[in-house]
Write a new protein. Structure first.
Ligand code: SF4
Length: 245
């Protein structure tokens, strides 16, 4: 399916696509200045250390991925969504949910494990676009901070604090995350205008539900109750992973 089909929901996806294009330009200019001033960014082709993180998106964003996937990828994404729901149902805390997502639910099925690249790079969501590391990939791996000794953790914190561009707490580049805020705002506004509701949640779950005509029919009518029931009937409803308001 291409995004030009009658079910493309282009009124909600177009503002997000424009936001992506604008972000790429702004982030590229910011990165140019940062590296000129001696800043380092360790993200690059073939690195996928953060592709096992949970990802929250708007349904507007997820629909862009829904339209890009082939049937085999769509099945893999649905299986991943079901694993995320199972994790959410039994996790005793947010921390455990994140840890188990990274270690047990595992890497995003859209990742090409042979090349280490995203197989749907043009359709990847905001979180995948705005996460940049000022430290080598080993610091992005699951459990890296927990594995450090106290002394190493203290050194890590000192190093983060003196690295320009971080928020002083973690080694990710904070201004590049802030630059993406207009994409979130545009998605919220477009969903509200088009459907009268906003739908947010887990990336793989919403990417799966975005291909369900009944679910999308309920969303398009602004019928959150019917949409929830449809998701629930498919075993894809969890209040932490599907938010409608
Ligand atoms: S969509 Fe692409 S970049 Fe994002 S987590 Fe999946 S494989 Fe990685």
């Amino acid at each position: 399916m291409t995004d030009a089909s009658p079910t493309s929901h282009s009124n909600v996806t177009d503002p997000v696509r424009h936001g992506y294009a604008r972000y790429e330009q702004q982030a590229s200019r910011w990165l140019g200045r940062y590296t000129q001033q001696g800043g380092q960014v360790f993200c690059g082709a073939g690195c996928f250390a953060c592709c096992n993180m949970p990802i929250r998106v708007s349904l507007a964003e997820a629909l862009i991925m829904t339209a890009a996937l082939n049937p085999e990828q769509a099945r893999a994404v649905e299986a991943h969504a079901r694993a995320a729901v199972a994790n959410a149902r039994t996790a005793r805390s947010d921390e455990q949910y994140v840890q188990r997502h990274r270690d047990e639910v595992g890497y995003c099925p859209i990742l090409n494990r042979e090349t280490g690249g995203c197989s749907q790079y043009a359709a990847r969501p905001t979180r995948c676009r705005d996460t940049f590391s000022a430290f080598p990939a080993t610091y992005c791996e699951s459990g890296s901070l927990e594995r450090m000794t106290r002394r190493e953790q203290a050194e890590y914190r000192r190093e983060v604090a003196r690295t320009p561009g971080t928020d002083g707490e973690l080694h990710f580049i904070a201004p590049l995350e802030h630059l993406s805020e207009p994409i979130w705002v545009a998605a919220a506004r477009a969903m509200r205008q088009e459907w009268g509701i906003e739908v947010w949640g887990d990336f793989w779950l919403l990417t799966t539900l975005g291909a369900d005509p009944k679910f999308m029919g309920a969303v398009t009518r602004g019928d959150t109750r019917a949409a929830w029931q449809l998701a629930s009937g498919r075993g894809l409803a969890h209040r932490a992973l599907l938010e409608m308001e």
